[in-house]
Design a binder for this molecule. Structure first.
Ligand SMILES: Cc1cc2nc3c(=O)[nH]c(=O)nc-3n(C[C@H](O)[C@H](O)[C@H](O)COP(=O)(O)O)c2cc1C
Length: 180
Protein backbone atom coordinates (compact mmCIF):
# COMPACT_ATOMS: atom_id res chain seq x y z
CA UNK A 1 0.00 0.00 0.00
CA UNK A 2 1.38 3.43 -0.89
CA UNK A 3 2.08 6.01 1.79
CA UNK A 4 1.70 9.77 2.11
CA UNK A 5 5.14 11.15 2.82
CA UNK A 6 5.98 14.64 4.07
CA UNK A 7 9.59 15.74 3.58
CA UNK A 8 10.54 18.65 5.82
CA UNK A 9 13.58 20.19 4.19
CA UNK A 10 15.51 22.75 6.16
CA UNK A 11 18.27 24.80 4.60
CA UNK A 12 18.25 28.45 3.66
CA UNK A 13 20.59 27.49 0.81
CA UNK A 14 18.50 26.69 -2.27
CA UNK A 15 19.45 23.61 -4.28
CA UNK A 16 22.17 22.74 -1.81
CA UNK A 17 23.34 19.38 -0.56
CA UNK A 18 20.39 18.55 1.68
CA UNK A 19 18.07 19.62 -1.11
CA UNK A 20 19.77 17.16 -3.49
CA UNK A 21 19.44 14.41 -0.87
CA UNK A 22 15.75 15.22 -0.48
CA UNK A 23 15.25 15.17 -4.26
CA UNK A 24 16.76 11.69 -4.57
CA UNK A 25 14.66 10.42 -1.67
CA UNK A 26 11.55 11.88 -3.30
CA UNK A 27 12.38 10.28 -6.67
CA UNK A 28 12.74 6.87 -5.02
CA UNK A 29 9.59 7.25 -2.93
CA UNK A 30 7.54 8.44 -5.91
CA UNK A 31 8.86 5.59 -8.08
CA UNK A 32 7.62 3.15 -5.41
CA UNK A 33 4.14 4.65 -5.80
CA UNK A 34 4.05 6.88 -2.74
CA UNK A 35 2.59 10.36 -2.61
CA UNK A 36 5.30 12.80 -1.54
CA UNK A 37 5.21 16.48 -0.60
CA UNK A 38 8.25 18.55 0.34
CA UNK A 39 8.03 21.69 2.42
CA UNK A 40 10.90 24.08 2.95
CA UNK A 41 11.34 25.55 6.39
CA UNK A 42 14.84 26.97 5.93
CA UNK A 43 13.52 30.50 5.40
CA UNK A 44 10.30 30.11 7.37
CA UNK A 45 9.57 32.31 10.35
CA UNK A 46 8.92 29.87 13.17
CA UNK A 47 9.37 30.98 16.76
CA UNK A 48 10.19 28.59 19.57
CA UNK A 49 7.53 27.07 21.82
CA UNK A 50 6.67 29.43 24.69
CA UNK A 51 5.41 26.64 27.00
CA UNK A 52 2.29 28.75 27.57
CA UNK A 53 0.06 25.65 27.42
CA UNK A 54 -2.56 27.58 25.43
CA UNK A 55 -2.82 24.44 23.28
CA UNK A 56 -3.86 22.35 26.30
CA UNK A 57 -7.09 24.31 26.58
CA UNK A 58 -7.65 25.08 22.91
CA UNK A 59 -7.87 21.72 21.19
CA UNK A 60 -4.17 21.61 20.30
CA UNK A 61 -4.13 25.00 18.60
CA UNK A 62 -1.00 27.10 19.01
CA UNK A 63 -1.39 30.73 20.02
CA UNK A 64 1.58 31.90 17.97
CA UNK A 65 0.54 33.20 14.55
CA UNK A 66 3.62 32.58 12.44
CA UNK A 67 4.56 30.33 9.50
CA UNK A 68 4.06 27.20 11.61
CA UNK A 69 0.30 27.68 11.28
CA UNK A 70 0.46 26.67 7.61
CA UNK A 71 2.32 23.48 8.47
CA UNK A 72 0.12 22.18 11.29
CA UNK A 73 -2.60 20.69 9.03
CA UNK A 74 0.08 18.62 7.27
CA UNK A 75 0.93 16.85 10.52
CA UNK A 76 -2.58 15.38 10.46
CA UNK A 77 -2.46 14.32 6.82
CA UNK A 78 0.70 12.31 6.28
CA UNK A 79 1.90 8.82 7.27
CA UNK A 80 5.65 9.42 7.13
CA UNK A 81 7.73 12.42 8.23
CA UNK A 82 11.22 12.80 6.74
CA UNK A 83 13.76 15.35 7.93
CA UNK A 84 16.22 16.54 5.23
CA UNK A 85 18.76 18.92 6.68
CA UNK A 86 22.37 19.97 7.11
CA UNK A 87 24.11 19.91 10.47
CA UNK A 88 24.50 23.38 12.03
CA UNK A 89 26.73 23.70 15.07
CA UNK A 90 26.44 19.96 15.65
CA UNK A 91 22.70 20.04 15.86
CA UNK A 92 19.71 20.62 13.61
CA UNK A 93 19.44 24.19 12.25
CA UNK A 94 17.48 26.55 14.50
CA UNK A 95 14.55 26.74 12.05
CA UNK A 96 14.15 22.95 12.17
CA UNK A 97 14.49 22.84 15.96
CA UNK A 98 11.75 25.46 16.22
CA UNK A 99 9.53 23.38 13.90
CA UNK A 100 10.10 20.33 16.10
CA UNK A 101 9.42 22.15 19.37
CA UNK A 102 6.24 23.61 17.94
CA UNK A 103 4.97 20.08 17.15
CA UNK A 104 4.45 19.85 20.91
CA UNK A 105 0.82 20.98 20.64
CA UNK A 106 0.06 18.21 18.13
CA UNK A 107 1.49 15.19 19.88
CA UNK A 108 -1.63 14.48 21.96
CA UNK A 109 -3.91 15.03 18.96
CA UNK A 110 -4.79 12.30 16.49
CA UNK A 111 -1.39 12.22 14.87
CA UNK A 112 -1.42 10.41 11.54
CA UNK A 113 2.36 10.19 11.23
CA UNK A 114 3.60 6.76 12.21
CA UNK A 115 7.02 6.52 10.58
CA UNK A 116 10.04 8.75 10.15
CA UNK A 117 13.43 8.99 8.44
CA UNK A 118 16.48 11.25 8.48
CA UNK A 119 18.60 12.67 5.64
CA UNK A 120 21.56 14.58 7.07
CA UNK A 121 24.59 16.18 5.44
CA UNK A 122 27.54 18.06 6.91
CA UNK A 123 31.11 19.21 6.41
CA UNK A 124 32.97 17.34 9.11
CA UNK A 125 35.15 14.45 8.01
CA UNK A 126 34.46 12.70 11.31
CA UNK A 127 31.11 10.92 10.95
CA UNK A 128 30.99 10.33 14.72
CA UNK A 129 30.46 14.05 15.36
CA UNK A 130 26.92 13.70 14.00
CA UNK A 131 26.07 11.01 16.56
CA UNK A 132 24.50 13.29 19.19
CA UNK A 133 22.16 14.75 16.54
CA UNK A 134 21.22 11.31 15.28
CA UNK A 135 20.65 10.20 18.89
CA UNK A 136 18.32 13.15 19.41
CA UNK A 137 16.40 12.20 16.25
CA UNK A 138 16.07 8.61 17.46
CA UNK A 139 14.92 9.45 20.97
CA UNK A 140 12.33 11.94 19.65
CA UNK A 141 11.05 9.31 17.19
CA UNK A 142 10.76 6.84 20.04
CA UNK A 143 8.96 9.36 22.27
CA UNK A 144 6.50 10.18 19.47
CA UNK A 145 6.04 6.42 18.81
CA UNK A 146 7.33 6.75 15.25
CA UNK A 147 9.06 3.85 13.56
CA UNK A 148 12.50 4.84 12.31
CA UNK A 149 12.65 3.79 8.64
CA UNK A 150 16.28 4.76 8.21
CA UNK A 151 19.00 7.36 8.27
CA UNK A 152 21.22 8.59 5.44
CA UNK A 153 24.26 10.49 6.67
CA UNK A 154 26.63 12.23 4.27
CA UNK A 155 29.80 13.86 5.62
CA UNK A 156 32.63 15.76 3.92
CA UNK A 157 30.28 18.07 2.03
CA UNK A 158 30.51 21.80 2.54
CA UNK A 159 30.19 23.69 -0.74
CA UNK A 160 26.85 23.82 -2.49
CA UNK A 161 26.70 20.81 -4.81
CA UNK A 162 29.64 19.01 -3.17
CA UNK A 163 27.34 16.02 -2.67
CA UNK A 164 27.20 15.39 -6.44
CA UNK A 165 28.32 11.82 -7.13
CA UNK A 166 28.25 10.89 -3.44
CA UNK A 167 26.88 7.37 -2.76
CA UNK A 168 24.60 9.00 -0.16
CA UNK A 169 22.38 10.19 -3.01
CA UNK A 170 21.76 6.59 -4.10
CA UNK A 171 21.19 5.64 -0.44
CA UNK A 172 18.55 8.39 -0.19
CA UNK A 173 16.88 7.15 -3.38
CA UNK A 174 16.91 3.56 -2.08
CA UNK A 175 15.45 4.61 1.28
CA UNK A 176 12.61 6.37 -0.53
CA UNK A 177 12.06 3.40 -2.83
CA UNK A 178 11.91 1.03 0.15
CA UNK A 179 8.78 2.70 1.49
CA UNK A 180 5.48 1.16 0.52
C1 LIG B 1 25.62 28.16 10.10
C2 LIG B 1 26.30 26.89 9.67
C3 LIG B 1 26.71 25.99 10.62
C4 LIG B 1 27.33 24.81 10.25
N1 LIG B 1 27.71 23.94 11.23
C5 LIG B 1 28.30 22.77 10.88
C6 LIG B 1 28.71 21.86 11.89
O1 LIG B 1 28.52 22.08 13.09
N2 LIG B 1 29.35 20.72 11.50
C7 LIG B 1 29.57 20.43 10.18
O2 LIG B 1 30.14 19.38 9.91
N3 LIG B 1 29.16 21.27 9.21
C8 LIG B 1 28.54 22.42 9.52
N4 LIG B 1 28.13 23.30 8.55
C9 LIG B 1 28.28 22.91 7.12
C10 LIG B 1 26.98 22.37 6.51
O3 LIG B 1 26.43 21.34 7.29
C11 LIG B 1 27.28 21.86 5.09
O4 LIG B 1 27.80 22.91 4.31
C12 LIG B 1 26.07 21.26 4.42
O5 LIG B 1 26.48 20.53 3.29
C13 LIG B 1 25.08 22.33 3.98
O6 LIG B 1 23.95 21.76 3.41
P1 LIG B 1 23.01 22.62 2.39
O7 LIG B 1 23.82 22.80 1.13
O8 LIG B 1 21.81 21.81 2.20
O9 LIG B 1 22.73 23.92 3.08
C14 LIG B 1 27.54 24.50 8.88
C15 LIG B 1 27.13 25.44 7.90
C16 LIG B 1 26.52 26.63 8.28
C17 LIG B 1 26.09 27.60 7.23
Amino acid sequence: MSKKILVVHCSPRTNGNSSMLADEFIKGAAQAGNQVECIDVGCAHIAGCMACEYCFKHDGRCVQQDDMQQFYPLLREYDVLVWATPLYFYNFPAQLRAFQDRMFCQIGKPFTIKQTALLLCFEDSDMARAEPTVASYRVCADYCKLENLGEVLVNNVYEKGAIEGNPGLQAAFDLGASIS
